[in-house]
Design a protein around this ligand. Sequence first.
Ligand code: ADP
Ligand code: ZN
Ligand code: MG
Length: 479
Amino acid sequence: MNFETVIGLEIHAELKTKTKIFCSCSTEFGAEPNANTCPICMGLPGTLPVLNEEVVNLAIKAGKALGCDINLYNKMDRKNYFYPDLPKAYQTSQYDIPICSNGLVEFNYEGKDVKVRLNRIHIEEDAGKLVHVEGEPISLIDYNRVGVPLAEIVTEPDIRSVGEAVAFMKALKGILEYAEVSDCRMEEGSLRCDANISLRPVGQEEFGTRVELKNINSFRELQKALEKEEKRQRELYQFNEGHKVVQETRRWDSGKGKTIPMRTKEEAHDYRYFREPDLAPIIISSEQVEAIKNSLPEMPDEKRERFLKEYSLSEKEVDILIGDKGLATYFEVVVDKGATPKIAANWILGDILRILKEKKLESKDIAVLPEKLAELIKVIEAGKISTTAGKEVLDELFVTDDAVMDIIEKKGLMQISSSDELEKMVLEVIDNNPKSVEDFKTGKTQAASFLMGQVMKMSKGKANPKLAKEMIDKKLMEI
Ligand code: ADP
Ligand code: ZN
Ligand code: MG
């Protein structure tokens, strides 16, 4: 029997605020353990939360970027459960009236336009982090992350393959980054997801039993965890053991490469949700929503359209640039500083990406000022240095602050473009190679290429190839 895969994701994105959701502690990542804490986020009795307005603004912004309806009246609720990294023993979240409802993410996957509906976005506080000490029967708790604001984005079960799920996450990350609502640093946990997956026989309308995979924080892990779970479920169904697919939460163990049961899925009533009595409802005006909507910068698909229209680049080139906001911005500044778009894209997608990869850097770390790359491109286009020499200069620009022309001079890379100098070399090469000249005269045109090679050799690669070629052709015709 053929099975169809059904996936729905619940994504947690840390909202980019300076301070936490209910207190004024810093949200900075990487501080000393427990340095960013106070009685409020530590959940001490007698303290009262105050909602950070910026959290509401960023959630509205995320909602507008993702095509959601904003609920002008919404409220916070308590989700009760005990966990050592949750000092209040309840998480302040949103239950029946989230800040955003509905929404849609559209993206391209393998040439197909895919639409994934969003069910909701709600705001809540993050929990702390447990550090299990290797080989010792103790765990340490870092409460710095407690109270960092999160937007939880819940999709409908509209995703139909593992590849689509990964492509969706990439598209979503792009939108959140462009909207500047979250840093989306997956390696720091500021963007992570729980993946729900089930299978059903092709043609069956009813969904199968789903399994939830917890806390996945990279595209690769998402892909691997889903593939593994998809295979596990498929095998159970194929061996008529479908009843063994139970609704549960499983943890992805990347080291072991498999999913491990954590707990059977809890129902909403297990959480004893109730209205947060310490916080007033959140009331938003439509003017506020309108103003935030208007403040949204250009989103990835708009930028994509514009890039395709404004610059003569291929779709593939545009997609790579757009896929990384930092890269797209860098490209536009380089073009703005006078570089030809196509050539700028070639350099950025070729050598710059290569260097970033070698140095394990991200686009935000491109050490070469865009005006310097633009200058380098212009110098090459003017034929003052060769493309090969240009690559050498670029490598140097990544490690020094020197000016482009200084590097070219220091390394002696300037091309020989003076016709006097070129003529001298061409004549000498012609004199030294009478056989080739003879060949050329009898119609063997490739002899000219050989002579060209000799000129390049004599000039140690510095002859301007275009001018040298013209000069050789001219001299050969004159003989
Ligand atoms: P709960 O109320 O238990 O949180 P929801 O209906 O809100 O469950 O769904 C949680 C997530 O699971 C959503 O992202 C949803 O798309 C996804 N989901 C629901 N049913 C299925 C299913 N049968 N297969 C895969 N994903 C599912
Ligand atoms: Zn605090
Ligand atoms: Mg739900």
